[in-house]
Design a protein. Structure first.
Length: 267
């Protein structure tokens, strides 16, 4: 029902081969390869090499973590993103919903995000790839309700969203947003920040993450139960210290086990 992995940006300072070795050694299952360092947009040779190395290590390519901002910049940049995603064998591309928050974005800017997302989604669908928005402040997905509104305006079934705990939001409120997004969630970025962007071990917010896994399990149980697994991806570790990855991966597995078995009825 869930697949545990990592965002390669967590280990941004390592080359792809060392990332793969670290991820496999930590007992994780998949990698979201980032477009900032490890798999640059348009570099299809690198994408293919990283894909082959990932699969050879017994791991899956979860997604391509692009930094394409819909409605903001040159639309042709998405062509390079999509080429790399296809060469990487990524079933999903993460994109960003503009470059300003919901309240700061004028109507014309919002229309540009919606229209560009539709254009990108059509291109991606032709290549057998889905899209999902980064769930992040300073974009049009800066809250669960705002994200649902944007997805409704885009109105493409192959466009979903990520989820992560918003900065400085208490657990109960964060989980309420997760509930609201429900089956529109394609993947989750897992980390424990508090206060602000202070990076803590996952254990520091264990109740939150147990609640996340409970809800993900309940959502899947309430639906058809089919489809691909939902990816929960470690993003950031304290001090960006690669030596902490085995510990954080073990914590993630323990939290998943505690939250997903047995599933509770979805409220």
């Amino acid at each position: 029902m869930t697949r545990l992995g990592i965002c390669s940006v967590t280990l941004r300072g390592l080359d792809p081969d060392r990332v793969i070795a670290a991820v496999a050694g930590a007992g994780l299952e998949c990698v979201e390869w980032g477009g900032d360092v490890h798999v640059p947009p348009g570099d299809e040779d690198t994408a293919r090499r990283v894909r082959d190395a990932t699969v050879d290590a017994g791991l899956a390519v979860a997604s391509y973590g692009s930094y394409y901002r819909a409605g903001h910049g040159d639309p042709e940049e998405f062509d390079a993103v999509l080429r790399s995603a296809v060469a990487l064998g990524a079933p999903r591309v993460r994109i960003w919903a503009g470059a300003t928050g919901t309240r700061e974005t004028p109507p014309a800017g919002r229309r540009a995000v919606v229209e560009d997302t539709r254009r990108a989604a059509a291109l991606a669908a032709d290549a057998g790839v889905e899209l999902a928005y980064e769930f992040h402040r300073n974009t049009l997905t800066d809250g669960a309700d705002h994200t649902l509104r944007l997805l409704a305006e885009v109105d493409r079934a192959e466009v979903a969203t990520y989820w992560q705990p918003p900065v400085d939001m208490p657990d109960a409120e964060a989980l309420k947003g997760l509930d609201a997004l429900g089956d529109r969630i394609a993947a989750v970025h897992a980390f424990s920040w508090w206060p602000g962007t202070t990076r803590l071990p996952l254990t520091a917010r264990a109740p939150l993450w147990r609640g996340v896994f409970e809800r993900l399990s309940a959502h899947r149980a309430a639906g058809s139960g089919g489809g691909p697994p939902l990816d929960v991806l470690l993003e950031f570790v304290p001090g960006d210290d690669e030596r902490l990855l085995p510990r954080e991966a073990a914590t993630l597995r323990a939290l998943a086990a505690a939250g997903c078995s047995p599933p509770r009825p979805f409220p």
